[in-house]
Design a protein around this ligand. Structure first.
Ligand code: PRP
Ligand code: MN
Ligand code: MG
Length: 179
């Protein structure tokens, strides 16, 4: 997709910048979990590109599982409601879980998942997020591995969508709200 085809986008983080941050996060996870086998829980759909790149930078015997929740409809505003659309395949009991997210915005999605995974008996639960938008937070959530902290702008690309579009962009861009 060329910039010419996407005039309403202004690039915030390039593909190269994103890959460099992901390598650093993967190295930190590899060091922090040395000798252990964490379970990466990928939150569909937005976290898929980030998770696919992150997992390949982690030098540990990790496993992966997938969960789908949704807090937004086809809107740039959160509905404030989290729905479980697809559950994990396996039990979390005794597992060291790393939740992989593309963005932490209000924190509603993450606080829902953190509560649920702790109730299910996970040994530990941490979060890796490509983007953190702290200005919008409604729930206090701790994100251990953050790619980039961003201002309160609506961003798309690298998994993040607007009405299901733009997930395939290899960069993160601000979507111009006037178009
Ligand atoms: C987006 C994003 C996070 C969540 C963050 O997912 O991928 O999962 O919202 O927002 P919050 O902190 O305000 O809860 P969305 O619900 O749009 O589903 P998607 O990943 O399928 O796009
Ligand atoms: Mn999501
Ligand atoms: Mg979405």
């Amino acid at each position: 997709m060329s910039e010419f085809d996407q005039p309403q986008l202004s690039v915030l983080f390039t593909a190269e910048q994103i890959q460099a941050r992901i390598r650093a996060l993967g190295a930190a996870i590899t060091a922090d979990y040395a000798g252990r086998s964490p379970l990466l829980v990928v939150v569909l759909k937005g976290a898929v590109p980030f998770a696919a790149d992150l997992v390949r930078t982690i030098d540990l015997a990790v496993t992966m599982d997938f969960i789908a929740v949704s807090s937004y409809g086809a809107s740039t505003k959160s509905s404030g409601e989290v729905r479980l659309l697809k559950d994990l395949d396996a039990s979390l009991r005794e597992q060291e879980v790393i939740i992989v997210e593309d963005i932490v915005d209000t924190g509603l999605t993450l606080s829902y998942l953190l509560d649920m995974f702790r109730r299910r008996g996970a040994a530990s639960v941490r979060v890796a997020a490509l983007l953190d938008k702290p200005e919008r937070r409604q729930r206090e959530v701790h994100v251990t591995y953050v790619g980039f902290t961003i201002p309160n702008e609506f961003v798309v690309g690298f998994g993040l969508d607007y009405a299901e579009r733009y997930r395939n962009l290899p960069y993160v861009a601000i979507l111009n709200p006037s178009l």
